[in-house]
Design a protein around this ligand. Structure first.
Ligand code: ADP
Ligand code: MG
Ligand code: MG
Length: 888
């Protein structure tokens, strides 16, 4: 079996075998870019390693040696040669990039002997020793399990001793002595001698990369990003080039376009005389890539040229790692760059205009869920702010929250719903669980490509980094900043601050925020989505201003207007209660007569806001006791009044009558009590037992319609009967609605159009859809209830009681209340669509459950031929894009 490929043997399409990094190194090699030669060990080898109880597959190392000989031949150096040693890096490379999640080892092949050879060959002792000390540090940390902090400790003591600030200022003598200290420390803390045999080093490093696939942070990262656990990682063994040989050397990272805004300008950072991770580690603050133009014009031009080649070749924005050795540029990595949603939208639209990609591709370049970020808020520009510091604007948006200095604490507090800002000198992949729970991230060190910045952008979290005036004291759980007056001010754990990830400002206290407006690129992309998609997008809205918002976001109708939300309004609740408490029909009609004008006004407002588009109005759905006070509260009240009665003298009468009233209420609450209200007296069952309620609602709708028609508006009301299980229920209520419509037309002399249909939210309704369609002009899948009734999971309890366990143990692939269950619930939907349309070919079918705004569920709705999806107004843009993606 072939476990090893030279770079020139691979290509970009071989990602699943060579990993992303290896496949792209191969691709760059083959299009003639300057890439240090090397080889890739396949992901299959990694999986074989795990299959064999963590043993290398046979012939792996012999293939590595053979490939390495070819690399040696190209470079005229030999691995382990004491005169002119070849050094390599050992780099992990998973199929999906997992930035910083796994471990890389540089300068491998150095030992007490070859370090002298390197000195000879380069005539640069400081450099050779610097490489050796870095190698010992990385190797011992990653492979032997020595503590990173111990090394930092020793480094710091040498910097102090020599009186310098940065590692690259350490003298050869310091480095040499430090290396000996390192070795002693490694032996002491790990019980192992630092390995001197280069081949043993290489084996150890490969083993460590394989193992890093299953370290904690990699596992968490895969969980968050839904990457399967069984892909394995490839290992790249690549000849070293050196950015730390002097001032004509350096290392950097860059994006071909701005990953925050999408603007077409180079964006990145570099450090002179530095190696590898120095840029992202935030040890020295790196320089903006544009400065390279002045410092090394020839290299800069070549770099710009290569960026152009890569963008054309990959037809996507690239994230590039490079190193300059002795004025010569080397490419070490390229991949499609991660970007904010705003950048994704702008780049996709720009690239269509540049002729690089098609509209269909542009649509697929933006993750629908990420559009959420664009709907993010920003700080009100007119607000008076107390800016206490300014850092780099690393990830846009704005956030306020309490200061927390520790990722574990951030996680714990965040989970309680507390809004927090995680403040760190810098973040590492070990902080990821805290970042997930924070509103925003603030760091005092590191650039725009530091870990915190990259992770935050991807998650769509606000981040300010490299805020150097912040001095963080973890021990005292506070940070201090210099004030304008020249003294220092401290902010403690728990104090509230705000950060502005679009400008880098750090602000005291909570600040007023503005809702976002949508850019022209955003509108363009969504207009392309509208051209491409074939399924309609409506919104779930109950109020005129929600309907207006939904229209602004591109909704073409309301898929669900819940009338009970109108019943809940404070001034109406007493009348609703009066209706429920009525002893007989007459009493109830008195209360209903009071509700009629109110409902009519509601429907007038929402139909007007959506005029020209359909509005689906659902008649009353929840069980009546939802509108009444809680039983326990009433019991307490009654008890209190009884006590009061004992001691009262003069107010006896008043208390007594109040007591009687409350007792009557309690009695009613008790009679309405149901063991299983969600399966109880609700929906059309209420409409059938109290036809006067639905009658009032239908009248309110039609009177509003008549009024609007008279005023010249175009309205398309759809009257929806909820929770139907049997055709007879619908037949009865449809007649009621039709009679009411006719009565209103006769009374007002206005003719209007309307339709009557039903929700499909119980399996029986789906299975008898052919019959139900005889009475229904439209179906709308209420998939919240349909999921509840199909699974038999109470949606109010399942998530807190057992769905978490189900998820952790992978009993269910997804939470079915979030992602539509295609096999069960979806199958019922498919049956209902087919049977319904067999009876009535023009039957309109939509979905109005929460799933209507979730991309994978939208795709399913498209596949089974629904006419529309309906979701909350803020998800309308997401649904439009997801619907277009489903159609491509
Ligand atoms: P990560 O996946 O964490 O980015 P990489 O394998 O890309 O890890 O390595 C990180 C950095 O190490 C690179 O960006 C580069 O600066 C440096 N590096 C890796 N291999 C080499 C090499 N062969 N020569 C010089 N520098 C290297
Ligand atoms: Mg990298
Ligand atoms: Mg329902």
């Amino acid at each position: 079996k072939k476990w090893v490929y030279l770079f020139e043997e691979g290509k970009a399409e071989m990602k699943s075998l060579l990993g992303g990094k290896g496949a792209n190194l191969a691709e760059m090699t083959n299009i003639g870019l300057p890439v240090p030669p090397g080889l890739t060990i396949t992901t299959e080898a990694c999986n074989a390693y795990y299959d064999h109880g963590k043993d290398f597959p046979e012939s792996l190392m012999s293939q590595v040696k053979a490939a390495l000989e070819q690399v040696e031949a190209k470079l005229g150096k030999k691995f382990g040669d004491p005169q002119n040693p070849l050094l390599v890096s050992v780099r992990s490379g998973a199929v999906f990039s997992m930035p910083g999640m796994m471990d890389t080892i540089l300068n491998l092949g150095l030992n007490d002997e070859t370090v002298n050879g390197l000195t000879e060959a380069t005539q640069n002792r400081r450099f050779a020793l610097d490489c050796y000390r870095r190698f010992i540090q990385m190797y011992s940390d990653v492979v032997l399990g020595a503590s990173h902090a111990e090394f930092e400790h020793i480094l710091e003591s040498y910097r102090d001793k020599q009186g310098v600030r940065f590692d690259n200022e350490l003298s050869p003598e310091s480095l040499s002595a430090m290396i000996e200290d390192f070795k002693v420390m490694v032996k002491k803390t790990t019980g192992q001698l630092f390995p001197q045999d280069p081949m043993a080093q290489l084996e150890g490093a490969i083993r460590a990369v394989f193992s890093s696939w299953n370290n904690d942070r990699a596992i968490i990262y895969r969980q968050i990003h839904k990457i399967p656990d069984d892909l394995g990682t490839a290992v790249n063994v690549q000849s070293m080039v050196f950015g730390n040989m002097g001032n004509d050397c350096g290392t950097g990272v860059a994006f071909t376009r701005n990953p925050s805004t999408g603007e077409k300008t180079l964006y990145g950072e570099y450090l002179i005389n530095a190696q590898g991770e120095d840029v992202v580690a935030g040890i020295r603050t790196p320089l903006h890539i544009s400065l390279l133009q002045e410092e090394m014009p020839a290299v800069f031009d070549q770099f710009v040229n290569i960026c152009g080649i890569l963008e054309k070749h990959y037809r996507n924005m690239q994230d590039i790692e490079f190193t300059i050795q002795g004025g010569k540029l080397w490419m070490l990595q390229t991949r499609n760059g991660k970007r904010t949603a705003a950048a994704a939208v702008k780049i996709a639209v720009d690239m269509v205009e540049e002729g690089l990609i098609s509209k269909e591709e542009a649509i697929q370049r933006v993750e629908p869920e990420h559009l959420d970020q664009l709907l993010h808020r920003r700080i009100d520009p007119t607000a008076k702010l107390t800016v206490i510091a300014t850092g780099l604007p690393a990830s846009p948006g704005a956030a306020s929250g309490k200061i927390v200095f520790d990722a574990d604490e951030a996680e714990a507090l965040g989970k309680t719903g507390e809004k927090i800002i995680l403040v760190r000198t810098e973040t590492t992949p070990d902080d990821i669980h805290g970042i997930v729970q924070a509103q925003g991230i603030l760091t005092s060190r590191g650039g725009m490509t530091s870990h915190a910045a990259v992770v935050a952008r991807q998650m769509g979290k606000t981040c300010v980094c490299g805020c150097e005036s912040l001095r963080i004291d973890y021990a005292r759980q506070e940070f201090v900043v210099p004030t304008a007056a020249g003294d220092l001010k401290a902010y403690k754990k728990g104090d509230t601050i705000s950060i502005d990830g679009s400008t880098g400002r750090v602000i005291e206290g909570v600040v007023p925020m503005l809702e976002p407006e949508l850019t022209s690129e955003f509108q363009t992309l969504l207009s392309w989505a509208d051209e491409i998609r074939t399924i309609g997008v409506r919104a779930n809205a109950d109020k005129p201003q929600e309907a207006a918002q939904a229209r602004a976001f591109g909704a073409t109708g309301i898929g669900l207007c819940r009338t009970e939300h109108m019943f809940m309004a404070q001034e109406r609740l007493p009348i609703v209660q009066e209706m429920i408490l009525s002893q007989n029909l007459e009493e109830r009609q008195v209360a209903l007569a009071k509700l009629l004008p109110m409902q009519q006004e509601d429907f007038y407002g929402i139909l007007k806001a959506m005029s020209g588009f359909p509005v689906c109005i659902r008649l009353l759905d929840p069980p009546l006791h939802e509108f009444l006070p809680n039983e326990e509260d009433l019991v307490v009240e009654v008890t209190k009044m009884r006590c009061a009665l004992e001691y009262a003298d003069d107010q006896k009468e008043a208390i007594l009558s109040k007591l009687e009233e409350t007792e009557a209420l309690l009695k009613k609450v008790r009679t309405l009590h149901e063991f299983n209200p969600m399966l109880g007296h609700r929906g059309c069952r209420l409409g059938i037992t109290y036809p006067e309620i639905y009658g009032m609602q239908a009248r309110a709708i039609f009177q509003a319609v008549a009024q609007l028609v008279q005023e010249g508006y175009e309205v398309e009301p759809e009257v929806e009967i909820p929770l139907v299980v049997h055709i007879n229920e619908l037949a009865f209520l449809r007649q009621l609605v039709v009679d009411t419509a006719e009565a209103v037309m006769a009374e007002t002399g206005v003719k209007f159009e309307y339709t009557v249909g039903t929700m499909i939210e119980v399996p029986r309704a789906a299975l008898t859809a052919d019959q139900i369609a005889k009475e229904a002009q439209f179906f709308s899948f209420g998939t919240n209830d349909l999921t509840q009734t199909t699974f038999g999971f109470s949606r109010d309890d399942a998530e807190s009681k057992f769905l978490g366990y189900y998820r952790d143990r992978k009993i269910l692939p997804e939470n079915p209340f979030i992602v539509l269950d295609r096999e069960g619930v979806g199958q019922l939907m498919k049956i209902a669509v087919e049977k319904g349309r067999a009876t009535r070919p023009e039957l309109l079918v939509g979905i109005c459950g929460e799933h209507g705004g979730e991309p994978s569920s939208i795709e399913f709705c498209h596949l089974i031929g629904l006419d529309f999806v309906s979701c909350s107004p803020y998800r309308v843009p997401i649904a439009r894009l997801a619907a277009a993606q489903a159609a491509v």
